[in-house]
Design a protein around this ligand. Structure first.
Ligand code: LER
Ligand code: MN
Length: 272
């Protein structure tokens, strides 16, 4: 498995679960110095991420791009794929599509987390899931052109009422025509929703495409009470070889959270 650390470039996400905030170049330099394989970037949008600059920084630091988040579309513009307003659903798709193309040009997947929205008001859960499915058919095919999957992240009940567990997400994805959507499994959400985290991984198997590596309290692994050894064992059992990406609170500081993540990674024998 490979290690990644999150870098947010979104000023409005200052309080969010991201290790490094603000400057891509210094964040990547820190990630490299600590020994991460990759960075996961959370940009304000595709247009504000300078691809040439990103390429230069990744080349210089020898880091890979693990994935690119789309959550700023929700955070800063309140776009979702399941809004009752068709114009907002359309803008949400365009916002994500641009990130699919940008990330895809680096061989990285885009993440759909909070952009999935929720069922509320006049929008039933069935209706929301139909709209989400239609969007995934299109965006999944778009990602396929780049030879990368599209990642869909089940969220805990306080953030969405659409898909909360891995099982529910497999059941939702399986009937779709696109075979190119994979699950982003976030250990923080799973700690709230799953009866057993290792059990959920064992049952989701090859649907798992990316992992957010966070302890029970969304701090670095080792700073909460999640028992991570059986989780890593389950990931090995299903043949998972993707990223364990630290989407965690920068506590007590980003630097210490990142160092703790790398220490856990090495202790668990996950390092290359
Ligand atoms: C995004 O990866 C995530 O986990 C969400 O909780 C962000 O709101
Ligand atoms: Mn997450």
């Amino acid at each position: 498995m490979l290690s990644a650390v999150t870098v947010s470039l979104v000023p409005e996400a200052q309080a969010g679960p991201f290790v490094f905030h603000g400057n891509l170049e210094t964040s990547c330099a820190r990630a490299q110095a600590l020994g991460f394989d990759a960075v996961e970037v959370f940009p304000p949008g595709a247009e504000s991420l300078d691809a040439r600059e990103l390429r230069r920084i990744l080349d210089r630091t020898q880091l890979k791009l693990a994935a690119v988040g789309t959550g700023a579309g929700w955070l800063t513009r309140k776009l979702t794929l399941t809004s009752p307003d068709p114009a907002i659903r359309h803008q949400a798709r365009q916002f994500i599509e641009a990130i699919v193309d940008l990330a895809g040009s680096f061989g990285a997947p885009a993440i759909i987390g909070s952009m999935q929205g929720r069922a509320e008001g006049q929008v039933s859960r069935d209706q929301a899931l139909r709209w989400l499915g239609e969007a995934l058919e299109q965006l999944g095919s778009r990602a396929h052109i780049h030879g990368v999957p599209l990642l869909l992240e089940p969220l805990n009940r306080y953030e969405s009422n659409l898909l909360n567990t891995l099982d529910q997400t497999v059941e939702f994805l399986d009937p779709l025509l696109t075979r190119n959507v994979r699950i982003l499994a976030d250990l923080f959400h799973m700690n709230i929703e799953e009866a057993s985290i290792p059990g959920a991984f064992a049952s989701a198997g090859t649907w798992v495409g990316h992992v957010h590596f966070a302890d029970s309290n969304r701090r670095a692994i080792g700073f909460g009470h999640t028992c991570v050894e059986p989780i890593v064992e389950a990931l090995r059992m299903i043949g998972y070889r993707g990223y364990l990406s630290a989407e965690i609170l920068p506590q007590p500081s980003g630097e210490e959270a990142a160092a703790q993540t790398i220490a856990s990674f090495q202790r668990l024998g996950c390092a290359r």
